[in-house]
Design a protein around this ligand. Structure first.
Ligand code: FDA
Length: 389
């Protein structure tokens, strides 16, 4: 059969592209349902965009590549779409917009938009073979054990990255990119917890506190969460995208508190109070207990010299931790790296090697921070490709 546009992947980007790619679109996905990551995202409420979306909140080989698409389909365009569909939403924190009710509303909205555009959706369909005959793509599809050959003028690759293979993530986009002469940058799990197989943080599991986490010169002021397996929470997920194996991560455990001034003030007023009692007012008591063997917390406030106060403040301002690894693609929210953007048009997402071939969404070497940025990239890159067709 002939179609104008074949879209591989009915996730966030694929569905959005189908709604914008004009007539005669077929979307295929090997999953049983479309938009599965949308459905489970944001704790079931989908953090669908961020009010403060801007290019500096994305990582990738080319820090300029994503600017054009994000500018031409912004977070406010997506908010308008949500409002048009009557979906109630709220800002949770840091500009992160979530559905009031359920992430399923976003999936339903995209299905409605796709249907309105006349796009067909084939689920439980796998790509068996792909080639280009000089004028059209030829895709052999396996749908419920039945083979179909589809010829398409345009092919949009929206199969995402490698994160959460259990949910159907594959490296198909990278294989197709390489088949058509594109390079693929190193891929690694992003927005992922740190692991410590020695179990050192087990006694702290469940403890959380606000911190400033820093890795490779980039800092995030968000919560730190101790788990049975290591460190998590938004601050850790954020810095994990900047971290590399063998590097330490620094935590300011009292961001925004001038501990030196605080302790000096208390030294005269509350000299008999123990240092650990005071620190337990500022930090979770179990964390103070955990840090005690590493940092000298002995004695009362009245006994502290200026030098010791300065050393204490420094130790809590720059608590260095060496992660032994991450949870990997099993739980990573995104894949860093991907289809190199050097041979992809930043305006249309079209390949410079093969006219009619487009890459969108997480498959590309563009990764957002935690907080709705990755969905915004899916929407913006999808609209760029869809409008170009
Ligand atoms: P996506 O992964 O959504 O879709 C790819 C589609 O291709 C899938 O339907 C898959 O089945 C299909 N596919 C893959 N290989 C195939 C093959 N070989 N054959 C056929 N089909 C194939 N982001 C955000 O901004 N806010 C948030 O709240 C969250 N929350 C979140 C939670 C969790 C648990 C995860 C794992 C991720 C998030 N994210 C997020 C990230 C966000 O989900 C992600 O960046 C987007 O879904 C990427 O959209 P894509 O359409 O590019 O890929």
């Amino acid at each position: 059969m002939n179609v104008q546009t074949l879209i591989l992947g009915a996730g966030a980007a694929g569905m959005m592209a189908a709604a914008h790619a004009g007539a005669d679109v077929l979307v295929i996905d090997h999953a049983k349902a479309p938009g599965e990551k949308i459905r489970i995202s944001g704790g079931g409420r989908c953090n669908f965009t961020n009010m403060y979306c801007e290019p500096s909140r994305f990582l990738g080989g080319n820090p300029h590549f994503h600017k054009s698409a994000l500018k031409r389909y912004t977070q406010w365009d997506f908010v308008d779409l949500i409002a048009k569909h009557g979906i109630a939403y709220h800002e949770k924190t840091l500009g992160q917009l979530f559905c009031d009710d359920s992430a399923r509303q976003i999936v339903d909205m995209l299905r409605t938009e796709m249907e309105r555009a006349g796009a067909r959706l084939w689920l439980e369909t796998a790509l068996v073979d792909l080639s280009h005959d000089g004028s059209r793509f030829r895709a052999t599809l396996d749908r419920n054990g039945q083979r179909t050959e589809v010829r398409a003028k345009n092919l949009i690759v929206a199969t995402g990255g490698k994160s959460i293979p259990k949910m159907g993530a594959t490296g198909l986009a990278y294989d197709i990119a390489q088949q058509f002469g594109h390079s693929v940058t190193e891929t690694r799990p992003g927005l992922v917890p740190f692991t410590f197989p020695d179990g050192r943080f087990k006694p702290l599991a469940g403890v959380a506190c606000p911190v400033r986490a820093t890795s490779n010169g980039t800092s995030f002021d968000e919560a730190l969460l101790f788990t049975h397996r290591g460190l998590s929470g938004p601050s850790v997920l954020q810095v994990s995208s900047y971290w590399r194996e063998g590097q330490t991560v620094s935590f300011d455990l009292l961001p925004g508190t001038d501990l030196e001034a605080h302790l000096r003030g208390l030294r005269t007023q509350q000299g008999k109070r123990s240092l650990t009692t005071e620190l337990a007012n500022l930090l979770p008591a179990r964390l103070v207990e955990h840090l005690a063997p590493q940092i000298d917390f002995n004695g009362n406030l009245g006994d502290l010299s200026d030098k010791r106060i300065a050393a204490l403040a420094e130790a809590l301002r720059d608590w260095q931790v060496l992660p032994q690894g991450t949870e990997g693609y099993r739980t990573a929210e995104v894949t860093l790296g991907g289809v190199a953007t050097d041979a992809v048009s930043s305006k249309t997402m079209m390949s410079a090697h093969q006219p009619g071939l487009y890459f969108i969404g997480e498959a590309l070497d563009v990764t957002g921070w935690l907080g709705g940025y990755n969905f915004q990239w899916a929407w913006s890159s999808a609209v760029a490709a869809g409008r170009a067709i």
